[in-house]
Design a protein. Structure first.
Lengths: 144, 394
């Protein structure tokens, strides 16, 4: 009987904690301004984008079709165990905006070399987890 | 006994959830994986089993720091004594030195806790890792890293401390080809590779089991890993050096190819144990990257199949010699040679990502040849899993 009470209390505690996770947060990704293009990386940078948050990986990508150069915000630096190089071709999907004459994109999806990286869900909420992230099941450490 | 362990598990899980709820974790994920094989212990005995694993991970960022924790419980169907719970807790630090260079540090604690049959392999480890990544030019990356690992087992004969240094540089060309070279040096020191004085003797080998060499009852009797009569502290270590070369070619955004070769030497030292064994998804302390010398060749194709299914096809061939591990013949008698294995492996990985979760499927076929007949084996491994992610940060 005591054991059953203990299990119920523990499950209740877990549920109580997880309800706190249900709150949605605002985001700057605008799904109505989503575009797709294939471009070539010109430069790779690491910059601070949001106050009190980790530096972001930024790609400067040239779209040959439109002739535009985009500053693409990818993700916090440490999410990526992928190594990007200038000259690599990417297929990008993301929310675009123009500020001060500069074309920007918040990337949602990057496709290259047969891989597809889902950075955000279809609503623009980030999918990444930080640090040298640990695969579940078979634990391997990836280099950032 | 089982209920007490479940109680401890729930207490730990509830405490972790409560802590990260209070801290308002940035991300949370759950993973369930179901795996099956016809050869769990990867030897001639071909013992089948199924493994069900349930795991979670939580992370909270306080730029430039991040704390993380993850836990996983793995339950084996045929060998429930090998079921285990493992938990990681750590701290990450990222510092961008310039627009092109970043420093990453991580420190963590990990615990692995097995059920009754494997409890001598329970362990606590402390690991620290540092790495620097810098763009030498927009198309060339330099990476350097160091890893320190200290691990203490319930059976102290497996305790060790290890150091690893690595240096890698790559260059991308206009032909969409990337060349990469990497050198790694590692040193592993076995702190006291002998059995405590009060260790009970090995049981008698039952009739019908003789001739199976060291495969008998290894999981219940870890003493089998230690030579008889070793009671004094000797300097056992392994020092290894490896070079790896890699060529990657992007065919299009849908297809990529990669070919790599690695050569590893044992510069000094030898394995202190009587055998080296590697199990499927269950760690055995006798086998790791320090325990062998030899080479590995690998070819990998990645492609985005119809339906946005990420597909990987991998073939690898490895030849490994285990310094200090003597091969035995079919009668269990030493041959006078170090054990040498040739392992060929073919793997298919499939992954489909959805909005908040992803599913994966993996199949591996392995055939291993060895100068020790106990390690001439073949095996199939099938795994399917689902991962659910949530992000709560701003």
């Amino acid at each position: 009987m005591i054991n059953k009470i203990f299990v119920v209390l523990t499950i209740f505690t877990i549920l109580l904690c997880t309800t706190g996770f249900a709150q949605k947060t605002s985001h700057f990704y605008d799904v109505d301004k989503e575009i797709k293009f294939t471009g070539t990386i010109q430069r790779i940078l690491m910059e601070s984008r949001y106050e009190e948050k980790a530096h972001f990986l930024i790609l400067i990508v040239f779209d040959k079709k439109s002739g535009k150069t985009y500053t693409v915000e990818v993700s916090p630096v440490w999410f990526f165990s992928q190594d990007f190089h200038a000259g690599e071709t990417l297929r990008l999907t993301g929310s675009s905006f123009t500020e001060g004459g500069v074309h920007h994109m918040i990337a949602r999806q990057i496709q290259f070399k047969g891989k597809r990286l889902e950075l955000r869900d279809k609503h623009g909420f980030p999918n990444w987890r930080g640090g040298q992230k640990k695969k579940q099941g078979i634990k391997k450490r990836k280099k950032f | 006994m089982l209920l007490n362990k479940m109680k401890r598990f729930f207490i730990l899980a509830a405490a972790v959830f409560a802590t990260f709820s209070w801290l308002q974790a940035d991300s949370f994920s759950l993973v369930f994986q179901q795996s099956g094989t016809n050869n769990l212990f990867q030897n001639i005995s071909e013992e089948p089993d199924q493994i069900s694993a349930l795991g979670f991970s939580l992370e909270k960022g306080f730029s430039p720091f991040s704390i993380f924790t993850q836990g996983q419980y793995s339950l084996l169907l045929q060998n429930p004594g090998l079921s285990l719970y493992s938990h990681d807790l750590g701290l990450d630090f990222l510092h961008v030195l310039s627009g092109k260079t970043a420093l990453h540090l991580t420190a963590g604690l990990r615990g692995d806790f097995y059920r009754s049959d494997y409890r001598d392999f329970n362990s606590i480890s402390l690991h620290m890792e540092s790495s620097v990544k810098s763009y030498l030019s927009p198309s060339s990356i330099l990476q350097a890293g160091y890893v320190l690992n200290y691990r203490k087992y319930r059976l102290s004969g497996f305790d060790y401390v290890s150091h690893q240094f690595s240096l890698a540089v790559d260059k991308h060309f206009r032909t969409q080809t990337t060349l990469k070279g990497e050198v790694d040096w590692g040193f592993k020191s076995f702190l006291h590779p002998f059995l405590p004085q009060n260790t009970p003797p090995l049981p008698e080998v039952p009739e019908g089991q003789k001739g199976k060499g060291h495969g008998f009852a290894h999981m219940n009797n870890p003493q089998i890993f230690f030579p008889e009569g070793r009671e004094t502290l000797q300097d056992f270590h392994l020092q290894v050096l490896s070079f790896k070369g890699q060529v990657a070619q992007s065919i299009s955004s849908l297809i990529g190819l990669k070919v790599s070769g690695l050569k590893q030497w044992t510069l000094s030292g030898r394995n202190p144990y009587t055998t080296v064994e590697e199990y499927y998804l269950i760690e055995n302390p006798s086998y790791d990257r320090f325990s062998w010398s030899g080479y590995i060749l690998e070819a990998l194709i990645t492609l985005l199949a119809p339906g946005d299914i990420q597909t990987e096809l991998v073939y690898s061939s490895a030849v490994r010699t285990f310094p200090g591990i003597e091969s035995l013949d079919s009668e269990g008698l030493p041959t006078g040679m170090d054990r040498r294995d040739r392992k060929n492996q073919f793997k298919v990985n499939l992954q489909k990502d959805f909005s908040r979760f992803s599913i994966h499927l993996s199949f591996v076929h392995i055939w291993n040849n060895s100068n020790d007949p106990f390690f001439k084996w073949g095996g199939n491994y099938l795994s399917a899993g689902i991962q659910w992610n949530m992000f709560f940060g701003k």
